[in-house]
Design a protein around this ligand. Structure first.
Ligand code: PMP
Length: 433
């Protein structure tokens, strides 16, 4: 790289122009490679999916432990053996678990729709009868959480996501006096996209904070609970016990799935909550289903054997994923460190790296990358309504491509970030004169 690692903004006009010319050249070379790479979505790679191919030979029996034929209707709450495994993993009793189909997002959608149509255990009336329903949305966050709310006409209010969870002063102020604020999304472990882990203290504040809405609900989406990238296996805060202890047993609903443990398209999803919430959920679920795919439940029980078996299986994912995340960090460091134009997360688990570029350049970076054959998630995706007021946030998803492609793509992304930053600084200087 032509320039030294002086912060870009402190370069003289001439040096900045030289830096831009150098990055323009690097970008032209990048384009000439004719790449076709994709870092858009957090999907497991083929190598990860292969880890679970034994599933294709299971189950070896069509009876569950009690002798029930898993091929038949029934068992709405899920196979008892699998409920037990999830209960241990999520630190609740088996009676507090429902195991459903292949998608936790579907369970979330069902819960929100049930609140809208019927109201929850603590609701004075269905949410659809309220004048307005609002959710607190820690940002950056998971785009599909936001799309789900937008689809259902629920307003979103942003609060900042920090390294240890949402900005709790802001959350408490929002929920204290306004009964239209009915819920909050929390991805407690290795959050999408920031990698943040909600601390015990913040979980305890969420569980105990006074809320104007009696049916205020924490949507505790623990999609990455077991997806560690290091040997340091972070333990999720136990929101169910904390809420129970704080006198709000029905406040949290916990979601998890094996989408990134076995097969993303053919795993199993679980919901955990108070016994009252479970009864409420099953009452409504029972009108739309006579029972889940218990053959797949049985298959997963045989595959994991136990909660410990699932945890062990995750170590194999880690071996595939950790080098990819390291490659992202190396490329960003080599391309951008010291320039003061980007910050990125160093997640200890999960599926994403959060990249913040110079304000006002994220869309440009994504466009430049696209024109060089590197698909990134659209800028702003991690914000409600796709609106990142600072246009600086980019979510990187390095899990799906093979390691070499992650390296190549990320070197290209670093080039685009530097190119866009230099361009912006020069434009600003010219305009300022
Ligand atoms: N929650 C979060 C935070 C996610 O990142 C994802 C997948 N990207 C999901 C839920 C989707 O989970 P499922 O496959 O179980 O629907």
């Amino acid at each position: 790289m032509a320039s030294s690692r002086t912060p870009l903004a402190s370069l003289s006009d001439d040096d900045l122009a030289a830096f831009l010319a150098d990055r323009q050249q690097a970008y032209a070379e990048l384009q000439a490679k004719g790449l076709k790479l994709d870092l858009t979505r957090g999907k497991p790679s083929s190598a990860q999916l292969d880890l679970s191919d034994e599933l294709l030979k299971l189950p070896t029996t069509t009876r569950d432990r009690s002798g029930t034929d898993v091929r038949n209707y029934g068992g709405l709450e899920g196979l008892p053996e699998l409920r037990e495994i999830f209960a241990e993993l999520l630190a609740v009793e088996p009676a507090q678990v429902v195991v459903g189909g292949n998608s936790s997002l579907t369970l979330m959608y069902n819960v929100v729709v049930d609140f809208l149509l019927f109201g929850g255990v603590e609701s004075p009336q269905p949410w659809s009868r309220e004048e307005k329903v609002r959710f607190v949305c820690p940002v950056p966050g998971y785009d599909r959480h936001f799309a789900l709310l937008e689809e259902l006409g629920i307003e979103m209010v942003n609060v900042d996501m920090h390294e240890d969870g949402p900005d709790m002063d802001a959350v408490e102020a929002l929920v204290r006096d306004d009964a239209s604020v009915k819920g909050i999304w929390i991805v407690p472990t290795y959050a999408n996209p920031s990698g943040a882990v909600v601390s015990q203290e913040i979980a305890a504040r969420l569980a105990s904070m006074p809320t104007a809405a009696p049916d205020f609900t924490i949507f505790w989406d623990n999609a990455y609970a077991f997806h560690h990238l290091t040997e340091d296996e972070t333990k999720s805060a136990d929101i169910v016990s904390l809420s129970m202890a704080a006198g709000h047993p029905n406040r949290p609903v916990v979601f998890a799935s094996t989408s990134k443990i076995t097969y993303a398209g053919a795993g199993v999803a679980a919901l955990a909550a108070s016994v009252d919430n479970i009864a409420w959920f099953l009452r409504h679920l029972g009108k739309s289903s006579i029972g889940p795919d218990k053959v797949n439940h049985r298959r997963h029980v045989e595959f994991f054997g136990s909660a410990e078996g699932l945890r062990r299986h995750m170590q194999k994912h880690r071996e595939i994923l950790a080098p990819k995340f390291a490659a992202v960090d190396t490329a960003l460091r080599e391309g951008l460190e010291g320039l003061d134009i980007a910050e990125w997360s160093h997640p200890l688990g999960g599926y994403f790296v959060n990249l913040d570029v110079l304000d006002g350049t994220a869309s440009r970076v994504v466009q430049l990358a696209k024109d060089a054959g590197i698909a990134l998630t659209p800028a702003g995706s991690s914000f409600p309504y796709g609106r990142d007021a600072r246009d600086r946030n980019i979510r990187l998803a390095p899990t799906m491509p093979v390691l070499d492609d992650v390296r190549t793509a990320m070197e290209g992304v670093a080039t685009c970030v530097a190119f866009a930053a230099a361009e912006k600084l020069i434009t600003e200087r010219r305009a300022g004169r």
